[in-house]
Each structure stands twice: as structure tokens, then as C-alpha cells.
Design a protein. Structure first.
Length: 228
């Protein structure tokens, strides 16, 4: 009984070894290696001509003949990287062109959406960042103009020739809770900084005393509208 079991085990191991040996011989047969070299040659030539998808097919074919070969595996990874870069570049250019079209048309909200998408696709690219900053400045300017139309009575807390002094005062106004605007007085070549703006003269007068006490006793009321 023991001999019979040993015989069966030895027979099973012999069959397994023979099968493994047969697979190895088949895998590394001269015919397979010749086919592998042929596929590699085709793939390398296609890659050289930047025919990436076709090259990838032949590298995969080569792996059918030599599954552990590093060259086709490395080249497939390289092709995938190039294809991904091309896809991202195409997507970036598409988003950028769409954003530029909206920007030229003055549709700044839509332009901002597409510039943001372009920036997400290519974070290293400066063009979307520059345009987003430009849009921010334009929209802030538009908001200020609209505010001056709706609220033409302003409490002024400083008038400056020096831009640095103006910016310092603007920051102080914001820290105190004001909503400053910069009003350029072209005839005098001066810039006025406001603390807040109001729809009516009465509203401005109602707040003037408080702002004089809170910020500066030299605060005064200015009527200024974009219609002027």
C-alpha cells in the first residue's frame, strides 16, 4: 500500500515536471524568439515614427511570445505616459480656447470657469492664473462701478497722491469694518479713499458722526457717480 502511494506521487511529480519543461521549451523556442524579435522590430519602428497606438499593439504581441521581457513592458509604459500627456495637452488647449472666447465676449463668469478647469489640468501653466487674476480685477472694478451708481454718496476718509499711503489707509478701513472704494479725481490728480457708500445724502449724514469718531475727524461726504 505504501509503495503504491509512493509510486503515484512519483508519477504525478514526473508528469508535472514534464509539463513544466514542455512549457519552458515552447516559451523559449527559437520560433517564439524569432516572432518576438519581429514584433519588437515593428514596434520600435512605429514608435520612432510616433505611431503610438500601433506600436503599443506590437509590443503587446511581443509579450505573447516572451511574457517577462522588460523592453516591451517599458515601452508600453512610455507610450501610455506620452498618450496621457497628449490627452491632457488637448484638454488644456480646449479649455483655454473656450475661456479665451468667453473672455473676449465679456462673459467673465463663464471664462473664469474654463480658466479654472485649464489650471486644474495643467497646474504648472501660468496662462490660466494670469487670466484669472485679470478677471478678478475686472469684476471687482465692475462691482465698484455698480456700487457707485447705486450708492453715489461716499464718506471720504483720506485723499492721496501716494499709492502706498492710499493702500495702507484702505487696509485700515477694511480692518475697521468699512467697505472702501478708491475714487480718482482726475482734475486734481488725487485719489480719494472712502469708508462707506450710501444711496441717499441723509444716510451718509446719519453715519458721518460715527465714522468721524471711529476713524478720523476729517471725514467728509462726497457725491460721486459713474455717470459723472
Amino acid at each position: 500500500m505504501i509503495k503504491s502511494k509512493q509510486t503515484k506521487i512519483i508519477l504525478s511529480l514526473t508528469i508535472l515536471i514534464l509539463l513544466t519543461f514542455s512549457i519552458i521549451i515552447l516559451h523559449f523556442s527559437p520560433g517564439n524568439y524569432t516572432k518576438y524579435q519581429r514584433e519588437i522590430k515593428r514596434a520600435d519602428k512605429l514608435l520612432e515614427n510616433l505611431q503610438l497606438e500601433e506600436a503599443k499593439i506590437h509590443y503587446h504581441n511581443a509579450l505573447n511570445y516572451l511574457t517577462d521581457a522588460s523592453h516591451p513592458q517599458n515601452q508600453i509604459h512610455r507610450i501610455d505616459s506620452i498618450l496621457l500627456s497628449r490627452h491632457l495637452e488637448t484638454l488644456f488647449n480646449s479649455e483655454l480656447q473656450t475661456a479665451d472666447s468667453f473672455f473676449i465676449a465679456g462673459a467673465y463668469e463663464q471664462a473664469r470657469i474654463h480658466y479654472t478647469r485649464a489650471g486644474e489640468v495643467a497646474p504648472h501653466h501660468s496662462a490660466p492664473i494670469v487670466k484669472l487674476e485679470e478677471i478678478e480685477a475686472i469684476m471687482n472694478n465692475q462691482a465698484e462701478k455698480q456700487k457707485r451708481l447705486e450708492k453715489p454718496f461716499h464718506i471720504v476718509v483720506g485723499v492721496f497722491e501716494n499709492a502706498k499711503n492710499l493702500e495702507q489707509t484702505k487696509k485700515m478701513v477694511i480692518q475697521k469694518g468699512g467697505q472702501p472704494l478708491v475714487i480718482y479725481r482726475k482734475k486734481l490728480n488725487l485719489q480719494a479713499i472712502t469708508y462707506n457708500s450710501y444711496s441717499t445724502l441723509q444716510e451718509a449724514y446719519n453715519n458721518l458722526a460715527q465714522i468721524k469718531k471711529l476713524f478720523t475727524p476729517d471725514a467728509w461726504i462726497l457725491y460721486h457717480s459713474e455717470k459723472q
